[in-house]
Design a protein around this ligand. Sequence first.
Ligand code: NDP
Ligand code: MG
Length: 385
Amino acid sequence: MKGYGSMKRIGVLGSTGSIGTQTLDIVRNNRDLQVKALAAGSNVSKLEEQIREFKPELAVMWDQLAAQELKIKIADTNTKVLCGMEGLLELAVYPEMDVLVTAVVGMIGIKPTIAAIEAGKTIALANKETLVTAGHIIMPLAEKRKVAILPVDSEHSAIFQSMHGENRERVSKILLTASGGPFRGKKREELLDITVEDALKHPNWSMGRKITVDSSTLVNKGLEVIEAKWLFGVEPEDIQVVVHPQSIIHSMVEYVDGGIMAQLGMPDMKLPIQYALFYPDRRPMEGKRVDFFKLGSISFERPDTDTFRGLAMAYEAIAVGGSMPTVFNAANEKAVALFLEKKIKFLEIYDLIQGAMENHKVIQSPSVEEILEAEAEAYEYIGNR
Ligand code: NDP
Ligand code: MG
């Protein structure tokens, strides 16, 4: 069953988060999407609410105690409850599901994504850590299994849309746009006393806490460069980051004849999520539209990679390759968590990432186990510093 009006059965890994809840908003507006399975970390009340509304057959809670609590709370429903990695893996291969939306945060997404690809599920991929750390495993596997990996990250969706119907061999470069975050234009001295509250104020996008901090350090843009390299098979030197503070152009692709294709729209994650769910179709969506007269002008700048070292470090990590992007990502995760707990200062995030990268002995083409070991090593390095 395909096409407008036919049923598409989805599972959402990370349904209680920012991307997860927006995915469910889209389900609410499209009666031909059916939720078969939902998973979250430990938010029992939110998952219970979602189970009562969407009536999935399977619900997974990472945390075992939370799963037990959920089981009792929804004993009156027909939803089966599982927990831990075993549960996530069962969700990933759930037979009655066509598309898996990977909206968890962190490397926990790697194994379920691999299992889902093995089982032939279409992947709507938001969880960028999966490609950053295991792109060399995921992309060849998806090709082998003839499974589509549809990007949800807004920049990658824009690039994907700008490549639609084009010969990918004629791409000369990717222009990945960045808002520049809340501290754009500031110099190092001005960043010394940045608070958590300052970093969580993103000028254009409303997102989860971790990724909002990553936007302010430009680490998010660095992760996106690595993600784009894997998704589109483009060398990092052919991916140029362009700061565009209005966030109207979501990214662009330049071709060998100098022509540039771009995707524009309001900064709202629902569009890229919906595009991935219905690709290659488009569905109507309510919401504000770009008003060019109101906008007046848009502007562009070169990123300040001396101040916002996150981007430069990402290019370094990808140049070294192997397990280094994992260490870049894991060290950042841990450092951002410490910053959010107010245990370190904003600029120390960079120092911790750099330290972890310098400390790491690279493994070329790491296996999933080696990726997870590199992650643990980076966590330990930062924990013991
Ligand atoms: P959030 O922090 O808002 O949500 C994370 C989700 O993952 C929650 O549902 C959380 O459950 C769940 N989760 C956490 N740990 C586990 C676990 N061990 N097992 C199962 N579920 C778990 O993140 P975002 O939605 O912001 O981001 C999700 C991913 O999408 C990230 O990789 C991010 O980089 C990417 N992304 C996000 C964008 C955005 O606009 N937010 C834009 C582009 C990409 P619980 O609530 O129970 O903790
Ligand atoms: Mg993005």
